[in-house]
Design a protein around this ligand. Structure first.
Ligand SMILES: Nc1ncnc2c1ncn2[C@@H]1O[C@H](COP(=O)(O)OP(=O)(O)OP(=O)(O)O)[C@@H](O)[C@H]1O
Ligand SMILES: [Mg+2]
Length: 251
């Protein structure tokens, strides 16, 4: 039997960040288990994206210890793939060129990587748009292309900041299934921010509910219902009601 600490792939201890003297969060601790789907929910502006930016090194944290696989790091860097809230597609590159950027910068064999990207384009309903430029497609399509690019990094840990927020309900359902597949078939560890409580309950093994600023963990929910889940599950509906009450109280 492993030491219980070894199940934690990612551990964040005492994370702190302030902007202009205003504390966004301080003393924040969070642990993410290997191959688990962890979901973060909280009021708008509480500091969720700031936390992801700090974890990935997009910004510097004021304090905090990040450990990944028991290695202490200043940020996750190349250990994680990060899909930011803004899609950040490069406007002068086509969708396929954008999708292949991780392969290019990682000096991977492009001949091998293009069919992988092509498969993801089909899976995400972007086939036929490979040569289009970001300004020629809709917000939801840009989001899907950003998701392809994130997956092309092929990292064990994937951080997703509201990856499905610009999508219609049907596409969203299909991509939720894809995210579950990444967890179950590809053994990825996922950490995702969402405003959609139903999505959190359908996908999360653990859901953290944050308070408004300064952001702290208000409650942690452990969900052991088997997946794929149905939202009609009375247990999930009960948790949803409780979460909504807590979220209203968090504002
Ligand atoms: N570069 C910055 N300079 C100053 N303040 C900032 C900066 N970036 C973020 N903030 C502030 O930090 C706080 C947290 O912002 P953040 O984007 O992390 O919130 P969030 O929880 O992701 O919100 P949302 O759910 O709306 O995406 C906000 O008050 C925001 O104004
Ligand atoms: Mg955000």
């Amino acid at each position: 039997m492993n030491n219980p600490g070894e199940r934690h792939m990612l551990q964040i201890t005492g994370a702190a960040k302030s902007y202009n003297g205003q504390t966004v969060f301080s003393g924040l601790n969070l642990a993410v288990e290997r191959e688990q789907f962890t979901v973060l929910v909280g009021p708008s502006g509480c500091g969720k994206s700031t936390l992801f930016d700090g974890l990935t090194g997009a910004i510097g944290l004021d304090r905090g210890r990040i450990s990944w696989n028991h290695e202490i790091l200043t940020h996750l860097g190349h250990h994680a793939a990060y899909m930011q809230q803004k899609d950040l597609l490069l406007p002068w590159f086509s969708l396929m060129e954008n999708a292949l950027l991780p392969a290019k910068t990682g000096k991977q064999d492009m001949v091998q990587m293009e069919p992988v990207a092509q498969k993801l384009f089909v899976r995400l309903g972007l086939n036929g748009y490979e040569s289009h430029y970001p300004h020629e497609i809709s917000g939801g399509m840009r989001q899907r292309c950003a998701l392809v690019r994130t997956l092309m990094f092929n990292r064990d840990l994937i951080l997703l900041d509201e990856p499905l927020s610009a999508l219609d309900a049907i596409t969203r359902r299909s991509l939720q299934s894809l995210l579950l597949l990444l967890q179950t078939a590809f053994k990825k560890t996922l950490l995702m921010i969402t405003h959609d409580i139903e999505e959190a309950l359908l996908l999360g093994d653990e859901v953290y509910l944050f308070s408004s600023q300064p952001m702290r963990i208000k409650e942690r929910f452990v969900l052991d219902q088997p997946k794929p889940r149905l939202f009609s599950d009375p247990g999930l509906l009960k948790i949803k009601r409780h979460m909504l009450e807590q979220l209203e109280g968090a504002l």
